[in-house]
Design a protein around this ligand. Sequence first.
Ligand code: F6P
Length: 524
Amino acid sequence: MSPVKKSIRTQLAAHYAVIKNIHIRDLFIQDTHRGKNYSRHLCGLNIDYSKNIISAETLSLLVAWAIASNVEESTRAMFAGEKINVSEDRAVLHTALRSKRDQYLKIDNIDVIAQVHAELDKMEQLVISIHDKSHRGWTNKSIDTFVNIGIGGSDLGAKMVVDALVDYRLGETRSFFISNIDYQVIESLQKTINPETTLFLISSKSFHTIETITNATTLIAWMQQLGCNDLHKHFFAITKNRDAATEFGIKPDNIFSLWNWVGGRFSLWSAVGLPIALAIGFDNFKGLLTGARAVDEHFLQTPLENNIPVILALIDYWYADFFDAQTHAFIPYDESLKLFPDYLSQLFMESNGKSVDLHGHFIEHKTMPVTWGSTGLNSQHAYAQLLHQGTHLVPIDFLVPLTTTGNRKHHEILLANCLAQSRALMQGATHTDPNQHCVGNRPSTTILYSALTPHTLGALIALYEHRTFVQGLLWQINAFDQWGVELGKKLAVELYQNLTGKKVAGDLDSSTQNLIELYTKSRQ
Ligand code: F6P
């Protein structure tokens, strides 16, 4: 660590020793305009970070840490297509996916923007042909059902957006997402859809993910058993590995391209987002892209002290490194965002759940906490007790719409509860009975948005993407590789051989050996 960074961390530690004894309540008393002074508006999002354990001095020291962590230079490098994913020697350009057509960016002498817009045009053509009913199935029926076959970044983002924007659905269509290998998922789908009117999207950047390929193979066989004599009318692929998709049997015209500079968990803006465009129409999909682009412009152009993704990432860093926060909860008071916590789990924990820095050195301090969450008010009847009176410090993001198209009374009760939770967690309540006493001083950030439109959702997702990137910079982590997931996949192939008797188990631990024997005995 450089002498400058050591000095800043020493100052942060000294500041922590003071502010940890100050109650957030007192910070509000000291600054009667704190609510407004620690709020920012960004692309339809009102971000209130005033109920955090921070002062002007805190933010000043944290911004100094951001500067010492080269946040501005690294941000410019990312947008410029430099290979900041150092362990895989790749650029990181999910921002290019929502670029304007007239922008220009070359990577390895290839015009990236032209590539992006060629795929967007191809996506638009498919969406149009489905909705104008010119694209028909093998029995000449029009398509009304979309099945995405993919997992991780090839599933979570698109599924979350399709679910969130249900009010923007185009026509009478339905979407399904098949990710797990558990056959129950396939059985349930087969009972639900009409194969003659269904389009299947095999979404896999590598086209090697065994659960995705197995699910696709099973569904192709099912279609053939039902008499489908033209699979090309029903199966498309989204992948970087065009050769593998072609070898699998997908015709070239039915393959949408990805590139190695698109990380899976950052890919919903690409053809991985085809389920979104099919569900809500291409104009609304472009609204999602435009919202994200607006946040990109804010992130790239705004000085650190007013840069929202940077501020939120700095507060995350402050809690992880100085308050030893082990987890962070995301609680949307919005059923439209019920899948958002799951999506954020991959975004945050697959990006920054690491212990080696950009230079291959082990990191001596804490990095990414565990992220979790679910919708409110249900949270209040499940784990709010721990949040209010537990022994863990759990920073929280609350997300809530200001308006509703539904019942006003229901919405006002929902909003009142969301605001009450953040106030109660901050304020606490003194009581002579220790069982009823709430210390408070439990931090949260509240994000309010007027309504969850495609533009607003695009902005919200981009805000979290850039927050993830900046967290990585503050911990000097490469947020864009995921080597940790490979060992489990490798062992699964070996144990599959053992389970199916194709290979005698080698020197397994006695637990795994015993569990395999239980299975093989159950088969006898
Ligand atoms: O979880 C590991 C991972 O590689 C993710 O990064 C990725 O989104 C997912 O698996 C699926 O990979 P693919 O799109 O190559 O099937």
